[in-house]
Design a protein around this ligand. Structure first.
Ligand code: OAD
Ligand code: ZN
Length: 243
């Protein structure tokens, strides 16, 4: 671990006025949840167009639900790791103002983070494909769940390819991005829009960006500090310098 780089990041955080975080699948990797694009990534082994689009669901709801139920089962057996816990402790201490996540695994909330904006939804939330009915589960779905109000299929309340993000959540996200003077970007390939551009919005108005990732990403060349390593190791080490 490069101590000079860690110290540089810690100084930026200590001197921040409004510090926020953006996380992606890499933050949950050490909880044994697969990422999407890396080695063993879900999109290496599964076809997103057959599993994560509205038309895939219309064509074959039982296949889509089988895949989501499998992911629910997987995530149900995983625990938050030191990266999630460090972020929640920073919120507790008033250091971190908001956590924006692309993850649908709910691990930030399970780790105790409260001010979390889940821009891609929540794997445990369901919504009706026809009416406004919504519910939240705590155990994996079996079969194709149906709406108690109108009998249509229920679907996972996650954002699928080709869908827009929840406008209410996005309004909050953009107002946080405007306020932020430092953003830490953890474990995202920064390939999926609009989330990929969130750090750039902070940068556009003069904010600083710290990136933690096991590899270089498309935004690495424009960040102020790139820390190379696993989120579950780097965040606790960074925390040691924030005492
Ligand atoms: P990706 O799978 O695209 O990227 C994961 C990133 O985490 C990569 O840059 C890895 O190098 C990094 N990484 C892996 N292990 C790590 C570790 N232990 N510590 C730190 N970094 C690590 O996942 P996302 O960027 O989150 O969308 O993907 C964005 C969206 O694409 C997802 O939210 C999902 C997917 O399609 C929806 O489901 C709507
Ligand atoms: Zn309904």
């Amino acid at each position: 671990m490069n101590e000079v780089i860690l110290k540089e990041a810690a100084d930026i955080i200590m001197n921040s006025e409004y510090f926020i975080a953006l996380t992606g699948a890499g933050v949950s990797k050490e909880s044994n949840i697969p990422t999407f694009r890396g080695e063993d990534g879900l999109w290496r082994n599964y076809d997103a167009m057959e599993l994560a689009t509205p038309s895939a669901f219309a064509r074959n709801p039982s296949l889509v639900w089988e895949w989501y139920a499998w992911r629910q089962g997987l995530i149900g057996n995983c625990e938050p790791n030191p990266a999630h816990k460090t972020l929640s402790s920073w919120e507790n201490r008033g250091i971190l103002k908001t956590l924006i996540t692309q993850n649908v695994d709910g691990l930030h909330i399970r780790a105790g983070s409260v001010n979390v904006l889940e821009v891609h939804g929540d794997l445990w939330a369901l919504k009706c494909t026809s009416c406004d009915y919504r519910e939240r589960l705590s155990s994996p779905v079996s079969g194709i769940p149906t709406c108690p109000k109108c009998n249509s299929h229920l679907r996972p309340d996650v954002v699928w390819f080709g869908e827009s993000l929840n406008p209410q959540i996005m309004r909050k996200v953009y107002s946080e991005l405007e306020l932020a003077d430092v953003c830490i970007v953890i474990g995202t390939s920064a390939l999926v829009q609009p989330a990929a551009s969130f750090p750039l919005i902070v940068r556009q108005h003069g904010g600083r960006i710290i990136e933690i990732n096991i590899e270089k990403t498309i935004i690495s060349s424009v960040v102020d500090v790139h820390i190379s390593g696993k989120a579950g190791e780097i965040l606790p080490a960074l925390n040691e310098l924030l005492q």
